[in-house]
Design a protein around this ligand. Structure first.
Ligand SMILES: [Zn+2]
Length: 491
């Protein structure tokens, strides 16, 4: 069910890189470690071979991978057999995370050849024929819920998304994953200058991954993992590992038995693999994304020597979240180390209190551009000739303590001007004496050309700081922006 449509992905250019100028220094990052270096295994499309993958991973003590399910294809037998609902339930009962991969594996980009429209915000999920972004995203979640699962994660089919589908996905799921793989030389996302990992704190709306295909060898995947964790061209994971939290999610699809060759595939991996020739499976594009049990076994063995933790995607993506109780009534798993200093504001029931408009700034409550768990947000009216912003009330902080400052901003159709996130520091509790500020965005300003971005930042107060205000700004913007899930949390 997979095919190669990667160029549609809105890629890395607009995401703050691993190396924001005010990123926490290495020694300080080590002190903040949550997971340290970690790897997550995930399996798209719900193939029956995932059950074999579970057996392999379990033999290495890894019992918390993630399966993304195409809800209307559960139990199908062609072209490749899929798990049925009891199979998926057995994964979840064994500790796996179950996420959504849409209803029909529909491309979620209006610019794709399928030309899928956004659709109604309240689709009829009993209609299994209509395919809109809304119905594919929401109805798959509802189907999973109806079988007792709690899907907080979403994987875009074919890794393809656009601004509309990214916005809609973010309103239904805690995190969303595409095929953003800067380590894959076959991909349009390839970027050797970029770190091939996610650095803490993670951006849940745009998670980097390493994709594994039929034409990948154990060594080729291992080399990319080692480079992600060690850097400096280290492809063998030899020597002392750098400190800090780095996360490498691995994307797999079907897993087929050792000693067999899938129909339509060459018997040996290509020496010069490429997606255009279906990665060595010209007769079966579905198999181009498969890997063997013995390969997975070897890779898991090497990973086991590197680390013992094997969190699911949600475990890591939400590690810094304190959302409270979602509408489904299921309590979120929390890491237990965070204290929500600034309450998570979802703006669902009030206007936008306790957030305050800056001078000349018009705020209003919006009901269609928020992110999980509700679609409500604060709208900052644009002004092409002025600086506009909102800020929180004063929050007492303690020097020597680490915090996470976070805001999710939908920059909508902004094409000129700059949107960003800022922490104002004051040397007194009442904000009389502004002492310094922390811009969460990279040098040159925050991004303007994507739909949704979650800004996370490790913040530690300057000596003498007594209070802060969180600020989201829109400088000289030509369209409104929408602010949601603003928080400051003690680490
Ligand atoms: Zn897929």
């Amino acid at each position: 069910m997979t095919r190669n449509l990667l160029p549609l992905v809105l890629a890395a250019a607009f995401i703050p890189s691993c190396a924001a100028p005010n990123e926490v220094a290495t020694s300080e990052a080590a002190a903040l470690s949550h997971w340290g270096h970690t790897i997550s295994f995930m399996f798209d499309d719900g193939y029956a071979g995932v059950l074999d993958a579970r057996t392999v991973l379990s033999s290495h003590g890894f019992n918390r991978a993630t399966a993304y399910i195409i809800t209307d294809e559960v139990g199908q037998t062609t072209p490749l057999p899929r798990m049925d609902w009891p199979d998926i339930a057995s994964l979840a009962l064994g500790g796996w995370e179950v996420g959504s991969h849409t209803v029909h594996h529909q491309d979620l980009a209006a610019s794709s050849p399928w030309n899928i429209p956004p659709g109604s915000a309240s689709p009829n999920c009993a209609d299994h024929v209509t395919r809109t972004m809304q119905s594919e995203l929401l109805c798959s979640r509802e189907a999973l819920r109806s079988y007792g699962f709690s899907p907080f994660g979403f994987a875009f089919p074919h890794g393809v998304y656009d601004a509309d589908s990214m916005r809609i996905a973010s309103s239904y799921y805690v995190y969303a994953r595409s095929f953003w793989d800067p380590s894959d030389a076959r991909s349009s996302d390839y970027n050797p200058a970029e770190r091939w990992c996610n650095d803490f704190p993670y951006n849940r709306q745009a998670i980097r991954v390493i994709r594994v295909y039929y034409c990948d060898t154990v060594d080729s995947v291992w080399a990319r993992i080692c480079q992600a964790f060690y850097g400096n061209g280290n492809t063998t994971c030899a020597g002392p590992r750098p400190s800090g939290d780095r996360w490498v999610p691995l994307v797999f699809h079907d897993i087929y038995p050792q000693g067999t060759t899938p129909a339509g595939c060459t018997t040996t991996a290509l020496s010069q693999p490429g997606l255009d020739n279906n990665c060595g499976c010209p007769g079966s594009p579905d198999h181009a994304y498969s890997w063997r049990t013995d390969q997975l076994d070897q890779l898991a063995g090497r990973i086991q020597n590197l680390m013992t933790a094997n969190p699911g995607m949600y475990d890591v993506a939400a590690a810094i979240d304190v959302f409270g109780t979602p509408s489904s009534g299921t309590a979120f798993t929390q890491r237990g180390v965070e204290q929500n200093t600034q309450p998570q504001m979802d703006f669902a029931t009030s206007s936008y209190s306790p957030y305050v408009a800056g001078p000349g700034t018009t705020l209003s409550r919006d009901t269609a551009h928020g992110v999980f768990p509700t679609q409500t947000s604060i709208r900052i009216q644009n002004d092409p000739s002025a600086v506009r912003y909102l800020h929180s009330q004063y929050i007492t902080v303690t020097p020597g303590t680490y915090y996470i400052a976070e805001a999710t901003i939908d920059v909508g159709s902004l094409t000129s001007g700059v949107a960003g996130f800022y922490v104002d520091e004051y040397s007194d509790p009442y904000g009389t004496n502004w002492s310094s500020g922390w811009d969460i965005c990279p040098a040159g300003g925050c991004v303007t050309n994507t739909s949704i971005v979650t800004y996370n930042h490790v913040y530690w107060p300057s000596p003498g700081a007594h209070s802060v205000r969180l600020q989201v700004y829109l400088n000289y913007g030509n369209s409104p922006i929408f602010v949601d899930n603003v928080s400051l949390r003690q680490l």
